[in-house]
Design a protein around this ligand. Structure first.
Ligand SMILES: NC(=O)c1ccc[n+]([C@@H]2O[C@H](COP(=O)([O-])OP(=O)(O)OC[C@H]3O[C@@H](n4cnc5c(N)ncnc54)[C@H](OP(=O)(O)O)[C@@H]3O)[C@@H](O)[C@H]2O)c1
Length: 317
């Protein structure tokens, strides 16, 4: 074999190696977000009931509806009685499934859990969606502007809910826990410091619980969305960088059984955010100052639009 043959073979292997390396992530993404639509898990095998926290709007409501559509009865946990009744009726009418509602305010600390436990007694709970989450400021805020004690309380909700429901799952040797984290748990986000920190707590908690309990038949999936149009994101218009809550929940549920950690959906969000806002920009003082002004700018824009519209209307008359 000549030197040139060796060179050609080495070149060929290198080319194939790099092609496979490039194609493998694309194949994994297709398998996870596209083909998974064809190989959906039968969620009824986990048990008859799914418990969803923060189930009256946004991602939680979308998960509750999607799970009801896939054959489960739903326990809705949230803090507003009227919204709970409205969503429960919607699910019963639309999907013909049973519902229970539990009114609980998760900012009230440990005292709420015995009452929740009592209301869950006797139900065969196969799925827990730990979804409830909150930001304590309507704008991007510096650490000292946020009532930190309250926001940190969020950290206890997922383990407390899990402690109530996991024992029953372990006893039956079957169960699914879905923990909703966030993209800002994957990458630190200044001006959302406590929120960002609580979200990485959820990622680690989920991964550890999955490793501890998978041998007992329990799947713990962590979902880390980037941008979904909900009250939390001021119901921004659904575009290529902003998913609808229902579309997101449908795609995210399809990934169950295929991945234990997912951003939830196939979208350009994560790629775009990484390219447009690399860490060195996001963590810079310049960007933080700009971000801090973000809602004020928004308000100004709305005011300008309103004034513009009024002027046009006045001109017409
Ligand atoms: N939207 C996004 O782009 C995005 C991105 C990444 C991660 N996430 C995460 O996804 C999860 C859901 O967020 P979302 O955008 O769907 O929010 P959302 O639309 O604001 O819904 C929040 C839900 O939680 C309930 N809730 C709020 N505070 C509560 C409390 N103290 N006690 C009991 N229930 C309470 C709300 O009930 P009420 O209706 O009574 O207020 C509502 O049902 C959160 O964990 C969030 O961090 C969202």
């Amino acid at each position: 074999m000549s030197f040139y043959d060796v060179l050609a073979i080495t070149g060929g292997f290198t080319l194939v190696f790099w092609l496979l390396k490039l194609c493998w992530p694309c194949f994994c993404a297709l398998r996870l977000y596209v083909f998974s639509e064809l190989w959906q898990v039968d969620f009824r095998r986990y048990g008859q009931w799914a418990v969803v926290t923060g189930a009256t709007s946004g991602i939680g409501k979308a998960y509750a509806c999607e799970l009801a559509q896939r054959g489960l009865n739903i326990v809705l946990v949230s803090r507003s009685d009227d919204k709970l009744h409205r969503v429960a009726k919607e699910i019963e009418d639309q999907y013909g499934k049973k519902t229970h509602i539990i009114n609980a305010d998760f900012t009230h600390g440990h005292s709420i859990y015995p009452a929740i436990a009592k209301k869950l007694e006797g139900l065969e709970i196969g799925i827990l969606v730990n979804n409830v989450g909150m930001v304590y400021s309507d704008h991007f805020a510096y650490f000292l502007e946020v009532p930190d004690a309250e926001e940190m309380m969020v950290v206890y909700i997922f383990p407390q809910m899990t402690r109530l429901i996991l024992p029953g799952m372990v006893e039956r040797g079957m169960g699914l826990i879905i923990n909703i984290s966030s993209e800002v748990g994957v990458r630190p986000q200044p001006l959302l410091s406590l929120y960002s920190a609580t979200k990485i707590f959820i990622i680690y908690l989920s991964q550890c619980l999955h490793a501890e309990y998978k041998s007992k038949g329990i799947t713990v999936q962590c979902v880390a969305p980037a941008l979904v149009s909900t009250n939390m994101t001021r119901s921004m218009n659904v575009k290529c960088l902003m998913k609808s809550a229902s579309g997101f929940a449908r795609e995210a549920l399809n990934t169950v059984g295929h991945s234990n950690y997912t951003s939830g959906c196939l979208s350009l969000q994560n790629l775009a955010l990484t390219i447009i806002l690399p860490d060195w920009i996001r963590m810079s003082s310049f960007f933080i100052r700009k971000l801090r002004k973000f809602p004020e700018r928004d308000e100004d824009k709305k005011k300008d639009e309103y004034v513009g519209k009024r002027r046009n209307a006045e001109k017409k008359f």
